[in-house]
Ligand binder design. Structure first.
Ligand SMILES: CC(C)(COP(=O)(O)OP(=O)(O)OC[C@H]1O[C@@H](n2cnc3c(N)ncnc32)[C@H](O)[C@@H]1OP(=O)(O)O)[C@@H](O)C(=O)NCCC(=O)NCCSC(=O)c1cc(O)c2ccccc2c1O
Length: 265
């Protein structure tokens, strides 16, 4: 596969997908999302693969969400269509992570923030380094991921905690994330790969059909969130054209404090 933003390797039944833009803390742009979708589809279609690992390149980040520096008033470019006018085919990416009939493990090696955090939320299982920092950021930068990013998050950590995560945009340590049930396990940073390998091995010893059916049954209960997701991304593409959204983006790029006060009037 010809890939620029992703590293993709398949070894002994495991497909490893690494977001590879470390200079931007693995923030995603249109191409990154397209390549992620292609890799998940390849792993879906390959009968030798029984488990998928999603991680980030480098030592600092899993993924910090959309590449804000590339965000324009109409989103991230593109011609509309599958990207809903935003240049990021996020709904499809969320779809393939949720619906690939094999367990997906997020190996969170650093920051998992914004849309990057939503990716770890969507994975079946998460193992994090003790250096990981997790949280949402959208309302600080004029954005939101209000489909699976909010409604499914609330199923995982409960309504109160999910609202805190989104309304306050705090950053949580791996240990705090573990305590609130947001992730499955925390390990010393150096042992992350080893632990992920162990979990993959355990999964690969199991009946693939049983795992496939279990994943489908877990998903069934939250399937209606897909409709909420369509509404949320549809409204986001309109919101991105607003002065309010641009204030969030510009403040981040200009490295200055954001001021949304005029939009409360
Ligand atoms: C993550 C941080 C808290 C890290 O802070 P720290 O101080 O440790 O590091 P720096 O801030 O110096 O970052 C290093 C370097 O990386 C650049 N960078 C960081 N985040 C991004 C980013 N999101 N986009 C582009 N570049 C980024 C940073 O500018 C530095 O580069 P220099 O050249 O200046 O050295 C902190 O970095 C932080 O808070 N980052 C912002 C994270 C954020 O707001 N994420 C949410 C973005 S919006 C989003 O995720 C999103 C999701 C979706 O699903 C969408 C769907 C459809 C459309 C749009 C979507 C969308 O926008």
């Amino acid at each position: 596969m010809n890939l620029t933003d992703i590293l993709y390797e398949k070894t002994n039944g495991t497909a490893k997908i690494t977001m590879n833009r470390p200079k931007s803390l693995n923030a995603f742009r249109g191409e990154t999302v397209q390549e992620l979708i292609r890799c998940f589809r390849d792993a879906w279609d390959d009968n030798e693969i029984g488990v998928v690992v999603l991680t980030g390149a480098g030592d600092r980040a899993f993924c910090v969400g959309g590449d804000i520096k590339q965000r324009e008033s109409g989103g991230y470019g593109g011609n509309g269509g599958l990207t809903g006018g935003m240049g990021l085919e996020m709904e499809t990416l969320h779809y393939v992570i949720r619906n690939i009939p094999k367990p997906v493990i997020a190996a969170v090696n650093g920051y998992a923030v914004g849309g990057g955090h939503v990716l770890q939320v969507l994975c079946d299982l998460t193992i994090a380094s003790d250096r990981a920092i997790l949280g949402q950021k959208g309302p600080s930068v004029g954005s939101y991921d209000a489909g699976f990013g909010s409604a499914y998050l609330a199923r995982i950590v409960g309504e109160k905690k999910a609202r805190e995560i989104w309304y306050l945009c705090l950053q949580y340590s791996a240990e705090e994330a573990l305590q609130m049930g947001l992730i499955n396990k925390v390990v010393p940073h150096e042992q992350l790969q080893e632990e992920v390998d162990k979990w993959c091995e355990l999964i690969l010893q199991k009946s693939p059909t049983a795992l496939k059916m279990l994943k489908a049954s877990f998903n069934a209960d939250s399937a209606n969130i897909e409709g909420i997701s369509q509404l949320a991304f549809g409204s986001l593409s309109m919101f991105y054209k607003s002065e309010e959204a641009l204030e969030g983006k510009n403040a981040f790029v200009e490295k200055r404090p954001v001021d949304f006060s005029r939009f409360r009037k």
